[in-house]
Design a protein around this ligand. Structure first.
Ligand SMILES: [Zn+2]
Length: 273
């Protein structure tokens, strides 16, 4: 699943590779997928996107936004896989494909589920609550993301629920999901299921610090190794609290893996309290 650090990394790649490039053709739903969500008809995508140049690409939370010169934007998110390559190379299965005038194509597909939206920002804000929250919040990777903001956004002082619930549900922190928080909480030495009412002020500070540090680290490594970048390459950050690992990299205790609040949590029962 693409989360905040990967969204930022991939859109930086798109901005670098494709800014100013003209889209000569768009193909929508070439290989239909039950959980690929579109907000307009294929004809509307063609009408809006064709012959537009890319103005810039940027991310808000986990939303990857390709902004066209008309100010319409293509927005991708969730379990999205990109493949940017020469037109002569073989094309895979995809749900959206952009052809550029410099002979390159961008294929976009989803594995489990994903969205492929097109509209101007105002329309996206009024019709999509996730987009609206993502563009109107201070992101974890923004320099204005302070400890006070973090405490307010996660409602960590309200005393209800678990750490996972505070960090990764209800869009408290757009772009922060179950994947991102596993190694954040390992770094902070806190278990995902820990009740927030039991956290000391110092532990809350450790979670904040780990969140800022780890998302930056994921970004600097081109994303986590269970996600792929613009070219379909795996990220360089090796996830420690991963389904593939059995033992804690610090103390060698067997990792605990169990379903909790939708999705699996993985932690070291010895290092994390
Ligand atoms: Zn450990």
């Amino acid at each position: 699943m693409i989360e905040i650090a990967e969204a930022k990394y991939i859109t930086a790649q798109i901005d670098f590779e494709l800014k100013g490039m003209k889209i000569v053709k768009v193909e929508v739903n070439r290989n239909p997928h039950s959980f690929a969500w579109f907000n307009k008809s294929p004809a509307e995508y063609e009408q809006i996107v064709q012959n537009q140049k890319i103005k810039e690409a940027k991310s808000s939370g986990s939303m990857m936004r390709i902004i066209l010169e008309s100010e319409d934007e293509l927005v991708f998110g969730e379990d999205i896989v990109f493949s940017y390559h020469d037109q002569k190379q073989e094309v895979g299965k995809n749900q959206l494909m952009l052809y550029f005038d410099h002979g390159m194509v961008l294929e976009v597909r989803t594995k489990l589920y994903g969205f492929f939206l097109i509209a101007k920002m105002d329309e996206l804000i009024s019709k999509n609550q996730y987009f609206s929250k993502a563009v109107q919040s201070i992101g974890v990777m923004d320099k204005d993301f302070t400890f006070d903001y973090f405490i307010n956004a996660t409602r960590m002082n309200d005393g209800k629920g678990s750490v996972k619930e505070a960090l990764a549900t209800d869009q408290h922190l757009p772009g922060i999901g179950n994947g991102t928080i596993q190694d954040v909480l390992f770094e902070a030495k806190i278990r995902p299921e820990r009740k927030i009412a039991t956290l000391s002020d110092n532990e809350k500070k450790e979670i904040f610090k780990a969140l800022v540090l780890k998302t930056k680290t994921y970004f600097e490594h081109g994303g986590r190794d269970n996600t792929t970048d613009l070219f379909g390459r795996n990220g360089g950050y090796k996830v420690m609290m991963s389904s593939y690992n059995t033992f804690c990299p610090l103390c060698n205790t067997e990792l605990t893996k169990k379903p909790f609040l939708g999705g699996k949590v993985i932690y070291c029962p010895s290092c994390q309290k």
